[in-house]
Ligand binder design. Structure first.
Ligand code: ADP
Ligand code: MG
Length: 477
């Protein structure tokens, strides 16, 4: 039998606020255990939560960036359960009325695009963390994370393979970073995915029973966990068994998923509106204000780079791979007053090549957009040629100073004086009469050989465009 895989993903994105969602305690990562959990975070008797405006604004920002509906009125609910890392006995989340509904993320698919629809995105608080090491058979509890603002982003069951799930997760990851609502640090748990996986006979319209794999904190684990889980479910069904709806954990060392607990149904949580928090009401003006502050999104940027700057879809995609890269490019062309293609190729070839060799991000580049502009301007002005510019680039990368200093120190000036070039070319033509005859007899390639000879005669300093021009004129005569 042929099986079809069905996947829906829930992502917990930590909103990058300074303080918690309902208290003034800090959210900074890496503090000593329990120094950042205040009375509100652990709900000691008599305290009241106060909603953090920054968390709300970031949730709205997300909704606008995925074309979703921002609900003008949403409600915080208590999700009741006991766990050692949740001593207050409930998590404040949103249930029936989330802040964001709908929206869509486009992922690459068979040379085109596929839509992954979002069901909702709601605000909630994180729980604490159990520490199982260093406690001699006991567990420690660190409540620093308690009350950290999260946006839980839920998709429709739209994905059909582990690759699609990873493509979605990467696109979402890039998006939340692009709009500045989440730092996306997966090792620190700022971006965690739960994968809901089921299989069904190909062509069937009903969904199979799903398992939920929790807390996948890398794209590789997401892919491996789904692939393992799909195989497990198919084997089970083909042996005549049944998939039990449950929550499973992925063990990256053994590369398998393991049952963690049977899945609770929503009614088990006894959700009810939190009596300590008023419904969240957002004005139309606030939404419009946030919309006006939204940066241009990657899709729009790509299209603009193609129509306004004449870049190819591929180049436009490379330059919008992150907001930092796009900013570097835009700063560069602003300084050059144009030079769209020149700037694009220097970033994607020279700069990316050097960054990759050094294992660096563009934000760590030792050459700033201003310094690169200074170099490229000299190509535009014909002061140096492309080959010389590459030498200057390497020297700049190695910290030998700015373009001017390097050019002077290495004597890298380009000969753009027509009279001087004509003299050199006359001498070169006299010494290469064979190539000249070949060219005149119709052998086009001989021309390139002559350009090469002229460049050589100028010790690589000749202006290639001018050499071309002079040669054409002389050979035509
Ligand atoms: P919860 O996990 O809180 O019970 P839902 O029932 O709304 O929440 O589903 C959560 C996720 O599981 C969603 O992303 C949804 O698309 C996905 N999902 C639901 N049913 C299936 C299924 N049969 N197979 C795969 N994914 C599913
Ligand atoms: Mg779930």
């Amino acid at each position: 039998m042929d099986w079809e895989t069905v996947i829906g993903i829930e992502t917990h994105a930590q909103l990058s606020t300074v303080s918690k969602i309902f208290s003034g305690a800090a959210t900074r990562f890496g503090a000593a255990p329990n120094v950042q959990a205040c009375a509100v975070d652990i709900a000691l008797p008599g305290v009241l939560p106060v909603l953090n405006r920054a968390a709300v604004e970031k949730a709205v920002r997300f909704g606008l960036a995925v074309g979703a509906t921002i609900n003008r009125r949403s409600v915080f609910a208590r999700k009741n359960y006991f766990y050692p890392d949740l001593p207050k006995g409930y998590q404040i989340s949103q249930y029936e009325l989330p802040i964001v509904t709908g929206g869509v993320i486009k992922i690459p698919f068979e040379g085109g695009e596929k839509l992954v629809h979002l069901t909702r995105a709601h605000l909630e608080e994180d729980a604490g963390k159990s520490l199982h090491e260093d406690f001699h058979g006991m567990s420690g509890i660190d409540l620093n994370r308690a009350g950290t603002p999260l946006l839980e982003i839920v998709t429709e069951p739209d994905m059909r393979s582990a690759e699609e799930a990873v493509a979605y997760a990467k696109e979402l990851h890039a998006r939340v970073r692009w709009i500045g609502i989440c730092d996306g640090n997966m090792q620190e748990g700022s971006f965690r995915c739960d994968a809901n996986v089921s299989v069904r006979p190909k062509g069937s319209a009903v969904l199979g029973t799903r398992c939920e794999i929790k807390n996948l904190n890398s794209f590789r684990f997401l892919e491996e966990a789904i692939n393992y889980e799909v195989r497990r479910q198919i084997e089970l069904l083909e042996e005549g068994g049944q998939v039990v709806q449950e929550t499973r954990l992925y063990d990256p060392d053994r590369r398998e998923t393991r049952s963690m607990r049977s899945k609770e149904d929503a009614h088990d949580y006894r959700y009810f509106p939190d009596p300590d928090l008023l419904p969240l009401v957002i004005s139309a003006e606030t939404i419009e204000q946030i919309r006006s502050e939204l940066p241009e999104l990657p899709q729009a940027k790509r299209e603009r780079y193609m129509s306004e700057f004449g870049l190819s879809a591929y180049d436009a995609g490379v330059l919008t791979s992150s907001r930092e890269v796009a900013e570097f490019y835009e700063n560069l062309i602003r300084a050059l007053g144009g030079g769209y293609k020149l700037a694009s190729s220097w970033i994607s070839v020279e700069l990316f090549g050097a960054l990759k060799r050094a294992g660096m991000e563009i934000s760590q580049s030792p050459i700033s957009s201003g310094q690169l502009a200074d170099l490229l301007q000299r190509i535009q002005k014909n002061a140096i040629n492309g080959k010389q510019a590459k030498e200057v680039f390497d020297a700049m990368w190695n910290g030998e100073g700015d373009a001017e200093a390097i050019i002077v120190a290495r004597g890298l000036t380009q000969i753009s004086d027509a009279g001087e070039l004509e003299q050199v070319i006359d001498g070169m033509l006299a010494a290469n009469s064979k190539s000249v005859e070949e060219y005149k007899a119709g052998k086009e390639k001989a021309f390139n050989a002559l350009v090469g000879q002229a460049m050589k005669a100028t010790k690589g300093k000749g202006n290639p465009a001018l050499i071309n021009e002079i040669l054409k004129k002389k050979l035509a005569g």
